[in-house]
Design a protein around this ligand. Structure first.
Ligand SMILES: C[C@](O)(CO)[C@H](O)COP(=O)(O)OP(=O)(O)OC[C@H]1O[C@@H](n2ccc(N)nc2=O)[C@H](O)[C@@H]1O
Ligand SMILES: Nc1ncnc2c1ncn2[C@@H]1O[C@H](COP(=O)(O)OP(=O)(O)OP(=O)(O)O)[C@@H](O)[C@H]1O
Length: 314
């Protein structure tokens, strides 16, 4: 262990290309089946691990524009980045005189379905894990304790997993269980471009699942399995009008949140190949044919939506 350790890392957001949500389990969580890519839009996390009295110190620099900054951003022990550091210290270095200092430059909106808080937690886990020379396998159970979405942000994949695509395509993860079971998928997806948008309102995750449960006679989607089995290695995501993309939350969240539905419609009207709700919302992704098309969408929508960003898959 070589201390002090210091790293500044991008903490990216995610996009569920498919999101099939099962019926509620006895523990209240929902069984998921989802294909996920990471997107270029990111927060920035600087982590320092050094000898000293056991403490976790967090500085949050809130860089979110005012238009999407109304959701609370915990600055102390409630912040997922702080929780991740505390959990990593307690589990990986019990009793050792070590401290973790974190600076979180927050750019991504919260309550957006982008998993930004989960990503922050995973980034901190990775940094503290690297400082303490912990194995990737040791971090996975910690991720699951912090939130359902945290594991998917723990890259690189386990050594036993198939390699990520090498042709400049997207790195795709299949997420199952309540979200904690993740495996890289050898899908040769082209790099995806699009515009990521968010209305002024956020959608909290728990209530979004409750809205889904309240839909009468709801049948969980099967888009993930269909995409993997029917289209083999080259899913025509962009070519087929984005028909392979799917999110079960759209049927519940769009009718309940008019601002989200309006944004979804605005993206379609602006010419996106497909407008897709991000996770449980409130962000909406507009899929573009290529980078030039994504830029065109940004120009059309600029000034009309609370937050937007040109993004590409990682
Ligand atoms: C919608 C997604 O973004 C899809 O990737 C995730 O499922 C959200 O994951 P997350 O924000 O990490 O969720 P957690 O913080 O673990 O849980 C928040 C709440 O969402 C609900 N929840 C979450 C995950 C899941 N598989 N089933 C659920 O029912 C539960 O009510 C839970 O209390
Ligand atoms: N580091 C953090 N970044 C963002 N939110 C955080 C963080 N730590 C705690 N939170 C709390 O978590 C809530 C939701 O965070 P997050 O951004 O992960 O939700 P989300 O965009 O809905 O993502 P998900 O796709 O996981 O549902 C916020 O409203 C905030 O109170």
């Amino acid at each position: 262990m070589s201390l002090p350790y210091k790293a500044t890392l991008a903490s990216p957001c995610k996009l569920n290309l498919t999101l099939d949500v099962g019926l509620p389990r006895p523990d209240g969580f929902h069984e998921l089946d989802s294909l996920v890519v990471l997107l270029s839009a990111a927060d920035e996390v600087t982590v320092t691990v050094k000898p000293g009295p056991r403490t976790v110190k967090l500085i949050v620099k809130d860089r979110r524009p005012d238009s999407v900054a109304s959701e609370p951003m915990p600055k102390g022990a409630e912040n997922l980045a702080h929780k991740a550091a505390q959990l990593a210290l307690d589990t990986l270095a019990p009793g050792q005189e070590l401290q973790v200092w974190i600076t979180l430059a927050k750019r991504l909106p919260a309550q957006a379905g982008l998993g930004a808080g989960s990503s922050n937690a995973a980034t901190v886990l990775q940094a503290v894990g690297a400082a303490l020379e912990a194995s990737a396998d040791a971090l996975l159970p910690l991720a699951a304790q912090l939130g359902s979405d945290v594991a998917l942000f723990l890259a690189p994949p386990a050594p036993s997993a198939p390699p990520a695509p090498t042709s400049g395509g997207a790195y795709v993860v299949r997420m199952r269980g309540r979200g904690e079971r993740v495996e890289p998928v050898a899908l040769e997806l082209p790099k995806l471009y699009g515009v990521l948008t968010r209305p002024a309102v956020g959608v909290p995750t728990g209530p979004a699942y409750a809205l889904l449960d309240a839909l009468p006679n709801r049948l969980p989607g099967t888009a993930t399995e269909a995409l993997l089995t029917n289209t083999g290695l080259a899913p025509p995501l962009v070519g087929a009008g984005g028909a392979a993309l799917s999110n079960d939350f759209e049927a519940a969240v769009l009718p309940a949140f008019p601002e989200v539905a309006a944004l979804h419609a605005a993206l379609t009207e602006a010419g996106a190949v497909r407008a897709l709700l991000c996770g449980s919302g409130s962000s909406v992704f507009g899929l573009a044919r290529d980078r030039a098309h994504a830029l065109e969408l940004v120009k059309k929508l600029a000034g009309r939506v609370a937050w937007l960003k040109l993004v590409e898959s990682l």
